[in-house]
Design a protein around this ligand. Structure first.
Ligand code: AGP
Length: 613
């Protein structure tokens, strides 16, 4: 999982490449490199660590030249070292490649090339691409790439540059994202449009099997048999400033505070109060199709999976459909029982998560209608699903997902109301009530965010805890799971989440005075049960209970009798409560990680978009 940028034009290529890579650092950040054509020869710079190390090196010894390719890496084959960093060269040293993805048959290819005398410098699968294309090169770079790819199995987005071909950068896409940017006398390649926004808003989304050439002729797209394909140039409206921190210390904090706006965007245009209807925004998922559905299967990973678990409660409640939620990496290796009456919903912020994509493809293969609940709609998933429920929450840069999560839950609520109406399991009066509640949701989130100083004070008290336990019930059991994931991924504190009713079946043995317990105890159908679960744990003879912190509903004066600390959130309908309750947990994770001095936006071992298995 890596980020790729390519530039052909008149500017200093290294500036454009490093600027673009900065926007792509979320895709991986264990090393970075660029290759620039300088005075007719290729010059390569590579550094281990964050992109800044490369930028500093280029600052000390600039590379002059206006054509080049760059890469930020997240290791899959070979440790993060300088020699494993991209770009990689072929045997002649005259051709370079940057690659994102996995070459599955790289060992077989490598052995064949070694037998022919090729010497490899790295442990990567990517270097094989350079040698293979180099071995096919006879003066025509695009032809060499086409020829070489016939032997390659796996997934890739790659860019190639040959010093004898200063007028062409060749890009290919097969199972990993790649876009081209069209500028005035300049053109670009990138893993993602965010890398292009400082230079152009005219973007060509590439498909699997496309080969793209950028150079003085602009952008040319063809298939692997060299048939030219029509150029579809899309205009991107994202503001580059939207991808900046806008005064916040971290992207995560900015994104937490953006939630009133991101939820407004997710719900925007979908809640028709006058007609008491929902407009999903994609005509391809017709009411007839939805009426024919007998079952729903949700596939997703991580935070998106937890949004799917909330979705299960929502869809079962409103549409009375059986819903299963699967971790995508498990789903793809089972023999799932699917049929054309099963709607498969893939939930993903990036739309590029390899496991979710594979699960989606399996569902399509078995003839299921598919719906993507996706933020990056130009993504691979966005283009492969039958219909998209676009989150519209804007770019999410922080590795820890916050605004995309609440938008995913909001999208599942919108879908639930729509399905309930179409399937007549939801009365008009109840639909009207929910549409009204959803209209009010962004304002309620704004109000919830006012609790930030109280959460900060709580974080001060608990930042040194080694362990945390999160408890929830019903529709807020996934909230507990999400709260624990947020805390562990950015603060590295061990955190577990349980359905509160499960405590007595084992986990209660963990509890001691050093274990803070965060219980989500907002107004709900299971409120009394939740309070009993808290009491059960506290009344264990001979074992001291750690501090119990409750997330409770404003005005609940009883809760203080049962717990040590309370974070009050505004009252809201139970179905919407996972969104409201997620906010104090996001803030708590953020504040604890900040107090501990962790790398909040780019936590160790993680990357924003997991495009490998
Ligand atoms: C969220 O905080 C995580 N970093 C991670 O679990 C993420 O949600 C998961 O990798 C799925 O990503 P996606 O939504 O882009 O598919």
């Amino acid at each position: 999982m890596c980020g790729i940028v390519g530039y052909w034009g008149a500017k200093q290529a290294s500036d454009v490449l490093v600027g673009g890579l900065r926007r792509l650092e979320y895709r991986g950040y264990d090393s970075a490199g660029v290759a620039v054509l300088t005075g007719g020869a290729l010059h390569i710079r590579r550094e281990v660590g964050k992109l800044q190390a490369l930028a500093d090196g280029l600052g000390r010894a600039p590379l002059e030249g206006s054509v080049g390719i760059g890469h930020t890496r997240w290791a899959t084959h070979g440790r993060p070292t300088t020699y494993n960093a991209h770009p990689h060269t072929d045997a002649s040293g005259r051709l370079v490649v940057v690659h994102n993805g996995i070459i599955e048959n790289y060992m077989a290819l490598k052995e064949k090339l070694q037998a022919a005398g090729h010497v490899f410098q790295s442990d990567t699968d990517s270097e094989v691409l350079a040698h293979l294309v180099g071995s096919c090169y006879g003066g025509d770079l695009p032809a060499a790439v086409r020829h070489a790819l016939q032997q390659v199995e796996g997934t890739y987005a790659a860019a190639f540059l040959h010093q004898d071909h200063p007028d062409t950068i060749v890009g290919v896409r097969h199972g990993a994202p790649l876009v081209a940017g069209v500028g005035e006398q300049e053109s670009f390649l990138a893993s993602d449009v965010s890398a292009l926004l400082d230079h152009t808003r005219s973007v060509v989304y590439l498909d699997d099997g496309n080969l793209v050439q950028i150079g003085p002729e602009g952008v040319r797209v063809s298939d692997l048999a060299d048939n030219a394909l029509p150029l579809e140039v899309h205009r991107v409206d994202w503001n580059p400033a939207a991808a900046e921190k806008a005064g916040f210390e971290h992207f995560m904090l900015k994104e937490i505070h953006e939630q009133p706006a991101s939820l407004t965007n997710t719900l925007g245009g979908r809640l028709d109060q006058a007609a008491n209807r929902i407009h999903l925004g994609d005509q391809r998922l017709t009411e007839d199709t939805l009426r024919g559905i007998r079952r729903v299967v949700v596939v997703a990973c991580g935070t998106a999976y937890y949004a799917g678990l909330v979705g299960k409660y929502v869809l079962e409640e409103l549409a009375r459909l059986p819903v299963e939620v699967d971790v995508a990496s498990e789903f793809r290796y089972r023999r799932p029982v699917l049929d054309p009456e099963t709607l498969v919903i893939a939930i993903s912020q990036s739309g590029e998560t390899a496991d979710t994509l594979a699960a989606l493809r399996e569902a399509k293969r078995l003839g299921c209608p598919t719906l993507g609940v996706i933020n990056a709609i130009g993504s691979t998933m966005g283009r492969e699903v039958d219909a998209v429920l676009a989150l519209q929450s804007g770019p999410e840069i922080s590795v820890a997902s916050t605004k995309a999560y609440t938008s995913m839950v909001a999208a599942m609520l919108v879908l639930g109301v729509h399905l309930g109406q179409v399937r007549t399991t939801l009365s008009d009066a109840d639909a009207a009530g929910l549409i009204r509640d959803l209209k009010h949701l962004p304002a309620l989130v704004t109000k919830t965010l006012e609790m930030a100083p109280k959460v900060r004070a709580l974080a001060e008290a608990f930042a040194l805890s080694q362990n945390f336990l999160f408890l929830g019930r019903g529709i807020n059991y996934p909230t507990a799971l999400e709260g624990a994931l947020k805390l562990k991924e950015i603060s590295y504190i061990h955190a577990e989440a349980y359905a509160a009713g499960e405590m007595k079946h084992g986990p209660i043995a963990l509890i001691n005075e050093a274990m803070p317990v965060l219980a989500i105890a907002t107004r709900s159908a299971t409120y009394d049960k939740m309070v009993s679960n808290i009491q059960e744990a506290r009344s264990r003879k001979g074992s001291a209970m750690g501090t119990v912190i409750a997330v409770a509903t404003e005005g609940d004066i009883q809760i203080a009798h049962h717990v040590d600390r309370v974070l009050f959130v505004p009252d809201c309908p139970e179905l919407l409560s996972p969104i409201i309750n997620a906010i104090p947990l996001q803030l708590l994770a953020y504040d604890i990680a900040r107090i501990l001095g962790k790398d909040i936006d780019q936590p160790r071992n993680l990357a924003k978009s997991v495009t490998v298995e």
